[in-house]
Design a protein around this ligand. Structure first.
Ligand SMILES: Cc1cc2nc3c(=O)[nH]c(=O)nc-3n(C[C@H](O)[C@H](O)[C@H](O)COP(=O)(O)O)c2cc1C
Length: 267
């Protein structure tokens, strides 16, 4: 099977948004949007009054979509789940929306089964598994060391893919090869916070970044010894396609005779 390599140049970017969301009571989501000129007869319910005007969004309880974009039948799904993943990834990438298609929710557990989840970026995948990079001192890494199983979840346009499996660290050589492709600022960023999950002030972060920029000036930034990749080795896949009337398609892959067996799950 081919080695799929994706999004080497992808980096985190956040668009700036001036709206803030405040939850007033259960089921009632309103957005507070700063306005350049406050209304003189402003009778909104905002109490802190920083030139803010309330606009009402629909209540959460009324937010729903009827999914009509696609279908996933046993007759059309590819028999190899890695190829099916590649097909849907390709389709999502080509929608060219503002989302990062390689962003995935990574769920881990402590050894006493307390879960935690966060977003990371998928950087490579092939039939051996799905690879992301991180700080080996981070909370996620500590959990993966003490309990080497993970779940990754992709939420794409009216689609979801769930992958579960065991994890291993990727080789130092592979991590280094990827590290070299990162922008210099990201390479320095990897050094900045050795103990990623510990508390730190903004000032300490900026000072640390400046010192590291000076230290590595004019030289290649080496990969930190506490940084590298993890590979999730799938033991199951679930492909979810939203359908009308909530009769969604869910096709599940589990290992069978050195291949994969597909079954349909109830929506
Ligand atoms: C879109 C997006 C992409 C991210 N990509 C990564 C990543 O590839 N690796 C990583 O370590 N953290 C990434 N993060 C930050 C993590 O979500 C998380 O905040 C951080 O890794 C600390 O997690 P932990 O304390 O659970 O270990 C990303 C966050 C977002 C929102």
């Amino acid at each position: 099977m081919n080695f799929y390599s994706i999004f080497r140049s992808s980096s985190l970017s956040f668009s700036s948004s001036k709206s803030r969301v405040i939850l007033f009571r259960s089921g009632d989501l309103r957005s507070v949007i700063p306005t350049p000129t406050p209304k003189s007869n402003n009778n909104n319910k905002n109490t802190n009054n920083n030139d803010m005007t309330l606009t009402e969004d629909p209540p959460l309880s009324e937010m729903r979509r009827d999914y009509q974009e696609g279908h996933l039948e046993e007759t059309e799904i590819l028999s190899d789940p890695f190829q099916q993943f590649q097909k849907w990834l390709h389709e999502e990438v080509n929608l060219k929306n503002d989302k990062e298609p390689n962003a995935m929710t990574l769920s881990t557990c402590t050894k006493d089964a307390k879960p935690s989840a966060r977003i990371v970026l998928l950087k490579d995948f092939d039939e051996n598994g799905f690879v992301f990079y991180t700080n080996y001192n981070s909370r996620k890494s500590k959990e993966l060391i003490e309990n080497p199983f993970a779940s990754i979840t992709f939420y794409w346009t009216q689609r979801q893919i769930r992958i579960e499996g065991s994890v291993v660290k990727v080789s130092k050589e592979q991590s280094e090869a990827y590290f070299k492709t990162r922008p210099r600022a990201s390479q320095i960023g990897a050094w900045v916070s050795e103990y990623q999950s510990s508390e730190i002030t903004k000032q300490q972060l900026v000072e640390s970044q400046t010192k590291l920029e000076e230290k590595f000036e004019g030289a290649e930034v080496p990969m930190p010894p506490f940084w590298g990749g993890w590979r999730v080795i799938p033991s199951s896949f679930e492909f979810w396609q939203g359908r009308g009337g909530r009769i969604h398609d869910r096709l599940f892959f589990k290992p069978h005779n050195k291949g994969w067996e597909i079954s349909r799950l109830s929506p």
